[in-house]
Design a protein around this ligand. Structure first.
Ligand code: NAD
Ligand code: MG
Length: 392
């Protein structure tokens, strides 16, 4: 029986995780769940999973959940704030932590799980983008296990040799082919991108996801973040990670070996597949996702990415090359720009410009410690906001 902590339990990945868990009641026990402010969603999950702990990172929400849990005499202890998140991510009785908080808010709890030597099921790519070197160092030092949940990285993980050594080259690998659907605006006339709505941006052709990652998919900043994620996870160089547009989202990524073999992982575009893979690893369990019907899919298409339409991927590559705090700045400015777009304070087409302006305004420092990363994150938020407010 594996004991789990699910960070971001009320979100898209969190709920998918709990669905897989619910279908395998003899294999998993939910010890702790967390959410930001969704009290009714958490109350439902407390009733269903009877976790030992539930954390609301917003203090007033914690109070409300506590009252509701007491009124129903549920066995769950309620904690609050970032300290509560860190506490449950490092509980001694927890084996695996699903890191599914969205954005920079996930960094400290996810890092705490790594420092506690847990199996870290990593959906929260932003944590790795912000502090990849510190994060992978913590994983190594504390003998934690990192299992990727992002569908592309989970696919790559499945196609890599078991226990991949330090570099791709040493493992006989030429490159990684990171697939991308191209999002909802792959073919939208460029002139219309200034006026697309949050609802259009969140309407992904293949995946049903949270709002932030949906907008990132529409700008393809998501693919930029994933390029960085792949470099940190698999000890790859930027040149070894090639983005290939594949609109059907059936091949979730590929690994090309030096002998010319290309291994791919395929499946329905359903997050329960990579989630079930990581939950059961190295075994296999049912995920509940529909099986892939290739005859129904019929055709798999591939095309190069349009770098002019999607400047965010190059912004991410450039930040990775700059190193240090640049990727934390990229991430923070993007989070602020996406939030402004969702609140209709910034046109969709201005998201890359806000990120670029923030990166060029700020000094990039070595990311030697967490304090420097968190300071860069905070400053980039202020700088990005200023660019949004002062926009002509
Ligand atoms: P979501 O918006 O649906 O859920 C986010 C979760 O995080 C919620 O439980 C929310 O309560 C919690 N949260 C939000 N802000 C918080 C804060 N400030 N402090 C603490 N908790 C907070 O997001 P999602 O789509 O499930 O994505 C979660 C992560 O997984 C993201 O990093 C995303 O990039 C990654 N991911 C998601 C998918 C997907 O299919 N949704 C696929 C690949 C990767
Ligand atoms: Mg992905």
């Amino acid at each position: 029986m594996k004991s789990l902590c699910v960070l971001g339990a009320t979100g898209s990945v969190g709920l998918n995780t709990l669905q897989v868990v619910q279908s395998q009641p003899h294999q998993f026990r939910v010890v702790a769940i967390t959410a930001h402010s969704n009290v009714s969603g958490m109350l439902d999950l407390c009733r269903l999973h009877k976790p030992d702990f539930a954390v609301m990172s917003a203090g007033d929400a914690a109070l409300k959940l506590e009252q509701a849990v007491q009124a129903e005499a549920l066995p769950t202890k309620i904690l609050s704030g970032e300290q509560g998140l860190i506490e449950v991510a490092s509980l001694p009785q927890v084996d695996a932590v699903m890191a599914a908080i969205v954005g920079a808010a996930g960094l400290l709890p996810t890092l705490a799980a790594a420092k506690a030597g847990k199996q870290v099921l990593l959906a929260n790519k932003e944590a790795l983008v912000m502090a990849g070197a510190l994060f992978t160092q913590a994983v190594e030092e504390h003998a934690a296990t990192l299992l990727p949940i992002d569908s592309e990285h989970n696919a790559i993980f499945q196609c890599l040799p078991k226990g991949q050594v330090r570099s791709l080259t040493q493992s006989g690998i030429k490159r990684i082919l990171l697939t991308a659907s191209g999002g909802p605006f792959r073919e939208t006339p460029l002139s219309q991108l200034a006026t697309v709505t949050p609802q259009q941006a969140c309407n992904h052709p293949n995946w049903d996801m949270g709002e932030k990652i949906s907008v990132d998919s529409a700008t393809m900043m998501n693919k930029g973040l994933e390029v960085i994620e792949a470099c940190f996870l698999f000890h790859a160089t930027l040149e070894q990670v090639e983005v290939v547009v594949h609109p059907q989202s059936v091949i979730h990524s590929m690994v090309e070996y030096i002998d010319g073999s290309v291994l791919a992982q395929l499946g329905s575009p359903d997050m329960r597949v990579p989630i079930a893979h990581a939950l059961a690893w190295p075994e296999r369990i049912h995920s509940g996702a529909p099986f892939l019907d290739l005859l129904k899919v019929g055709q798999l298409d591939f095309m190069p990415m349009d770098e002019i339409r999607f400047p965010c991927v190059q912004l991410a590559r450039d930040a990775f090359i700059a190193g240090g705090t640049a990727t934390a700045i990229l991430n923070a400015a993007n989070e602020v720009a996406v939030a402004a777009f969702l609140e209709e304070r910034l046109p969709f087409s201005c998201i890359p410009a806000v990120v670029e302006a923030s990166l060029s305004t700020m000094e990039i420092l070595p990311a030697n410690n967490l304090e420097l990363v968190l300071a860069a994150d905070q400053e980039a938020r202020a700088v990005a906001n200023e660019h949004i407010v002062n926009r002509q």
